[in-house]
Design a protein around this ligand. Sequence first.
Ligand code: MF3
Ligand code: CO
Length: 284
Amino acid sequence: MRFGRERIEYKTPEQVLRMRVAGLVVAQALDAVREQVAPGRTTADLDAVAAAVIEGAGATPSFLGYHGYPATLCVSVNDEIVHGIPGPRVLAPGDVVSIDCGAIVDGWHGDSAITVVLDAPGGADPHDLALARVTEDALWAGIAALATGERIGDVGEAVEDVVDGALAEGLNDGHRYGIVEEYVGHGIGSAMHLPPDVPNYRTRDRGARLRPGLCVAVEPMLVRGSRLTQVLEDDWTVVTNDGSRASHWEHTVAIGEHGIWVLTAQDGGAARLAALGVTVAPLD
Ligand code: MF3
Ligand code: CO
């Protein structure tokens, strides 16, 4: 989703509390899927697990029916980056599985994604484990920038810094991870996709000012090879051009008067952000 200079929806503290209810349903659904994902399961199995949690919570899946999207989750495997449609595909040892979930409660949205690298005999490929770990690190650095920065552009800068750091560390066989540019993070609230765009790369335009009431989904997508993408015949699944593997991580984050809170994390992001020197600001 891409937006120009449209109006940003700033939330009241009460509205943010309602978004947290939706965010925690998403967190719960992803926790359940994380427990179930394993070689031998199908991607449709994972979709059923998430659907049951969302329904059990009295919430509504936000992806189902979105521009005709046919499922509760997006499950993107290996060279699939995002928007993989769950189906009969059987997961294999060593697969890199990105799982994206969204839910609505009382009209308010939460959106989050994780990547799981499945175990394999002799262990998963260390390159895949590093890809997933660096992408998660990039997510948290981007989230921390919402607390320490001044503008949306600080998120992309933080993501790029993590990617540069990984290169300096010699990860990915000395190749810089590709940062996907066609898909970006977004404002979120009374709809899943709202302005502003939240790019995962440095931009000349530094973007909207970070201020209380702004809620955004930060969602870096990194790939081991070229950042270039294509969309499959199903009109949804986004894959890397070169077949290299991809990871996608996402959280929904609120900016408040006194700091940030990660709405799709049980602890509001406290643990991961403390490691980055950021203290989260409880909502109540
Ligand atoms: N969760 C995706 C995002 O973060 C959106 C999924 S698109 C859908 O933007 F069509 F699958 F819903
Ligand atoms: Co999103």
